[in-house]
Design a binder for this molecule. Structure first.
Ligand code: PA5
Ligand code: NI
Length: 187
């Protein structure tokens, strides 16, 4: 029997680069992140075109039971004293979880439940993050190199950005050359 051997997509672990698959790419720039960082004046002083993070996703089916795979490359930098971070979201289907794997760089994964209780996990090469359902998530790059993380999530999960209008209750800033975590009232 001549069974064709399927060549699957692949990830280069060291860089997080995806290859050999139909890929979707999205860049998120300073100009897309209005109201996300605490210091809006500092954000406006930066070039709007500056890319904060790139996401590459294997274009698979969003049907029930299917999984998406993607890599986020979050660049180093700050808006004012606050480290570059992703917008952050709940899943539209709140019960759906996700797994993140640290591939490159150093940072934090900020997790927050629907009651506003937040926690932080260290992200590093080889770290595994089980994000349960009903939990908003945001990556923060506290290092000086690119933070790359692989993610796998259900195709039906969806993204709900609007539910976080009050923001996350923790902010991560650099003060006196140290990484500091600040609690805020309403993000
Ligand atoms: O599915 C995920 O959680 C990730 O792929 C994120 O979408 C990615 O990190 C970008 O973050 P956000 O969607 O919050 O802009
Ligand atoms: Ni997600």
């Amino acid at each position: 029997m001549n069974i064709p051997l399927i060549q699957p997509p692949q990830v280069e672990w060291a860089s997080g680069a995806l290859a050999k698959g139909p890929l979707l790419r999205k860049s998120t720039r300073i100009q897309d992140l209005t109201g996300i960082f605490v210091d809006e004046t500092a954000r406006r002083r930066l070039s709007g075109e500056h890319v904060v993070y790139d996401v590459e996703i294997l274009a698979t089916s969003p049907a029930e039971g299917e999984l998406y795979t993607g890599v986020t490359h979050l660049y180093p930098g700050r808006v004012g004293s606050e480290f570059f971070m992703t917008r952050g979201h709940f899943h539209a289907r709140r019960e759906q979880g996700e797994v993140y794997f640290g591939l490159r760089g150093n940072g934090l994964l900020l997790l927050q439940n629907e009651q506003g209780q937040a926690r932080l996990e260290s992200v590093f090469v080889g770290s595994i993050h089980i994000i349960p359902g009903f939990t908003a998530h945001r990556l923060i790059n506290t290092g000086s190199e690119v933070l790359s993380a692989l993610a796998v999530w259900p195709g039906v999960a969806g993204h709900d950005y609007a539910a976080l209008t009050k923001g996350f209750t923790l902010r991560v800033v650099e003060e006196n050359q140290q990484i500091q975590v600040k609690a805020v009232q309403n993000g």
